[in-house]
Design a protein around this ligand. Structure first.
Ligand code: HEM
Length: 179
C-alpha cells in the first residue's frame, strides 16, 4: 500500500477549520485514487467535486467544531447511488479511519471516528435492510469509541501498529489494498 499520504503530516491535537478542510481534501484525493471507490465518486460528482469538498468540510465542521452550518440529508444524498455494496463501506471506513488516525492525536481522532461509524451503520442498514448484519468488528469498534467519548474509558489508546499495519483493518476485516 502507498502510505505516503498517511505519514507526511504531523498529528494535530485539536480539530480546527483549517485542518478539517485539509483532512477532507486529503481523504477525497485518496478516495478518488482508490480503484474500488474512485469510479463511484467520479460518476456521481462529474463537474461537482469542488462543491462536494466544500459541503463535506461544512459537514465535518458541524460535527467536530459545532459550527452547525451543514444543511443536508445524508440518507437522501446516498439513495440515488445504486451501486454501493458492503465492501464499499469497508473500504470507505478503512480509508477514513486510517486517514484520521494519521492526522490527529487519538483524543481528537475519535471525534471523527465515532460519527463516521455511526452514520456508516445507519447508511448500511437503510441500504441493505434492517436485518443486515453489520460486521462484528465494525460494531465492536463503534462500541469502544462510544465508551471513550462518553468518558467511560480512560484517554483513548489505539492498538499498536506493528509493521505499520493499517489501524482499523483488524476491526473491519479488510485491508485498504483488498478489493
Ligand atoms: C460506501 C461508502 C460511501 C460512498 C460510496 C459514498 C458516496 C457519496 C457520494 C457519491 C456522495 C455525493 C452525492 C451527490 O452529491 O450526488 C456522497 C455525499 C455525502 N456523503 Fe457519502 N458515501 C459513503 C459513505 C459515507 C459515510 C460513512 C458518511 C458519513 C460520515 C458519508 C457522508 C456524506 C455526506 C455528508 C455527503 C453530502 C450529503 C449532502 O449532499 O448533503 N458518506 N457520498
Amino acid at each position: 500500500m502507498n502510505t505516503e499520504h498517511l505519514t507526511d503530516v504531523p498529528r494535530e491535537r485539536e480539530p480546527n477549520e483549517a485542518n478539517v478542510r485539509a483532512l477532507v481534501e486529503a481523504f477525497y484525493r485518496r478516495v478518488d485514487d482508490d480503484p474500488l471507490l474512485g469510479p463511484i465518486f467520479s460518476r456521481a460528482l462529474i463537474g461537482r467535486w469542488d462543491e462536494h469538498l466544500a459541503k463535506m468540510t461544512t459537514f465535518w465542521s458541524s460535527l467536530v467544531l459545532g459550527s452547525k452550518q451543514y444543511r443536508g440529508n445524508v440518507q437522501e444524498a446516498h439513495r440515488p447511488i445504486d451501486d454501493i455494496e458492503p465492501r464499499h463501506f469497508a473500504r470507505w471506513l478503512s480509508l477514513f479511519l486510517n486517514m484520521v488516525e494519521s492526522r490527529y492525536e487519538p483524543a481528537a481522532a475519535v471525534q471523527f471516528m465515532e460519527p463516521a461509524l455511526r452514520i456508516a451503520q445507519s447508511l448500511q442498514l437503510s441500504r441493505f435492510g434492517w436485518d443486515y448484519q453489520i460486521p462484528a468488528e465494525q460494531q465492536a469498534l463503534l462500541a469502544a469509541l462510544k465508551r471513550q467519548r462518553t468518558g467511560d474509558a480512560p484517554e483513548p489508546r489505539f492498538p499498536e501498529r506493528p509493521d505499520a499495519e493499517p489501524f482499523p483493518a483488524k476491526f473491519i476485516g479488510k485491508s485498504a489494498d483488498e478489493k
